[in-house]
Design a protein around this ligand. Structure first.
Ligand SMILES: [Zn+2]
Length: 337
């Protein structure tokens, strides 16, 4: 700290505008900048051949069959993107989401095809069951004290199996998203027992029960058939609870932690980063954040490029080291022009 008297530390000696006058100087003093390698692109894979179905509420994003996914990743790699997170839409759903565990499942097929074509890219897999269960919840159900709910402890070994199957198929990082208590510990033990000590866990540590997931549910066909996810995802009113969730996941062995969504939770991102400055922090710029901006831009109400970059800068400035965003391809394109 500077102990000198502060007598001259004000106008007219101090003029903050001096550093804003020259555009190159503004570049030099900028505290937060975005790079293409900050971004992870989410992708949705479904069965079939030649399927490239645009998600109506998320322009530029598609449900893709494996062959089309390979092409899509190829064009993203050409733009300089190398990190991807995969979500699967299976051919069949049941009460426990058993197709998620199948080595011939849709995500496993996608992993093998992508691994074969692009050995250099990073493949992250979302680990949950809501896309695979016929009821759309994040694990098998049980009735506890008269209420139907996800059976936490019954979900844990299934999550571990899902992660091992994905690791075997070529996943580089597993990302459990179901907010089950003990999920990181169960997955770490499962991966290690199967010989996958090298696979990091990116935990959706503080995931909120958010209305901003609306368009994603169309994309992933994962809308709950009854009730909602408030018995496992967090209440939007809580920030201290997020710190507790993160601390527990780190104690269980999480390598990277996530806050989701991002834009309405910048304070949470900031507090998590301050509490755990040494741990890599991911933020998920979710579907609703993307869609509302696209809709406003389509109406001519907002400048799409400037607004997108401002939002993503705010997420990084708040403390995110990496950002999952549907805008990744747009940003990569803009950064070339
Ligand atoms: Zn889920």
């Amino acid at each position: 700290m500077n102990d000198r008297p502060q007598a001259s530390a004000g106008f007219p000696t101090v003029r903050q505008r001096r550093l804003r006058r020259h555009p190159v100087l503004r570049d030099l003093v900028r505290e937060t900048s975005l790079h293409v390698h900050d971004f992870i692109l989410p992708l949705f894979v479904r069965p079939g051949l030649g399927v490239r179905k645009e998600i109506a509420s998320m322009p530029g994003n598609y449900q893709l069959s494996v062959d089309c996914l390979v092409d899509e990743v190829g064009s993203a790699v050409d733009l300089g993107l190398y990190s991807f997170i995969l979500f699967g839409i299976p051919a069949s759903k049941d009460a426990t989401g058993s197709s998620a565990l199948d080595d011939e499942g849709i995500v496993q097929q996608a992993l093998r095809a992508l691994r074969r074509n692009y050995p250099e890219i990073l493949l992250i897999t979302d680990e949950c069951f809501c896309e695979y269960t016929d009821h759309g919840h994040c694990g098998p159900l049980a009735t506890v004290a008269g209420r139907m709910d996800v059976d936490n402890d019954a979900t844990l070994p299934l999550l571990a199996q899902q992660c091992v199957s994905h690791a075997r198929a070529g996943a580089d990082v597993v990302a459990p998203s179901g907010m089950m208590d003990g999920m990181v510990q169960a997955i770490r033990a499962g991966l290690d027992a199967a010989g996958h000590t090298e696979i990091p866990i990116l935990s959706y540590a503080a995931k909120y029960a958010s209305a901003f997931y609306g368009p994603f549910r169309e994309a992933a066909e994962s809308t709950p058939q009854f009730g909602d996810r408030r018995t496992y995802q967090m209440d939007p009113g809580n920030a201290r609870e997020a710190l507790r969730e993160v601390a527990l996941d780190l104690a269980e062995g999480a390598d990277v932690i996530m806050v989701k969504p991002a834009l309405s939770y910048l304070d949470v991102i900031c507090r998590v980063k301050q509490a755990h400055p040494d741990v890599p922090l991911c933020a998920y710029n979710v579907s609703g954040e993307f869609s509302m901006l696209k809709a406003a831009a389509a109406n001519g109400w907002l400048d799409e490029q400037r607004t997108t970059l401002e939002i993503l800068t705010s997420i990084k400035r708040a403390g995110a080291d990496m950002i999952i965003t549907y805008s990744a391809k747009d940003i990569a394109r803009w950064s070339r022009t």
